[in-house]
Ligand binder design. Structure first.
Ligand SMILES: N[C@@H](CCC(=O)N[C@@H](CS)C(=O)NCC(=O)O)C(=O)O
Length: 200
């Protein structure tokens, strides 16, 4: 059975959410997040980070890679548009945009405001990060003005990747009511039973 190394409020929520949406059986190896921000890779998992999975002789980290692996192995076509279909490119874009681009602003904000207590000495960086986050939210708002989910009319794993990122942005008060469609989208995603279960 697939094992998920999980700590609350980390990116491992994405994987638990995915597994719950797919109604797969899995073993949850739960521990608390080590808040020692003085170094990276400080977590109690084989990779030093969350999430991390073990599935037979496969071991994997990186939430985007894990999402793709789980869908390939257990998805049976669920939660992603088929290869070659109209929405596939948009799906891949948002699936990777979450960690490749959108997470940068979130990571820097967490670093400066959660792990350090001298944010007031870094106002220039904080302001640049806010601009970059607003560009991200602008792109999301535009996508959601065309369709209910990030890459089309259906809920997919790209919503799982982006939902965690945008939920973090809301929690950090980076995502404001200047982006009403994005806020409504985040609330809609957070109302899903599979995500609610993954937060406990
Ligand atoms: N891009 C990676 C980021 C992994 C990551 O930074 N995980 C955080 C938790 S959300 C972590 O474990 N950080 C602790 C550390 O590096 O010590 C992913 O999407 O999995």
């Amino acid at each position: 059975m697939l094992k998920l190394h999980y700590a609350p409020l980390t990116r491992s929520v994405r994987i638990r959410w995915l597994l719950e949406e797919l109604e797969l059986e899995y073993e949850l190896l739960r521990s608390e997040y080590n808040r020692d921000g003085s170094r990276g890779f400080a977590q109690d998992t084989p990779s030093g980070q969350y999430p991390y999975i073990e599935d037979g002789d496969v071991a994997l980290s990186e939430s985007g890679a894990i999402v793709q692996y789980v869908l390939e192995r257990y998805g049976n076509g669920r939660l992603e548009p088929p290869i070659g279909s109209r929405n596939r490119a948009a799906y891949l874009y948002w699936l990777h945009f979450a960690e490749g681009t959108a997470a940068n602003a979130i990571n820097t904000t967490v670093w400066l405001t959660v792990y350090r207590d001298d944010a007031d000495r870094h106002q220039e960086i904080i302001s640049a990060v806010r601009d970059s986050a607003n560009t991200v939210f602008g792109k999301v708002e535009t996508a959601l003005s065309l369709q209910p989910y990030i890459s089309g009319n259906e809920f997919t794993a790209a919503d799982i990747m982006m939902g965690f990122t945008l939920g973090s942005a809301k929690w950090l008060q980076l995502l404001t009511d200047a982006y009403p469609k994005t806020l409504e989208y985040v609330d809609r995603l957070f109302a899903r039973p599979a995500l609610q279960k993954s937060l406990s």
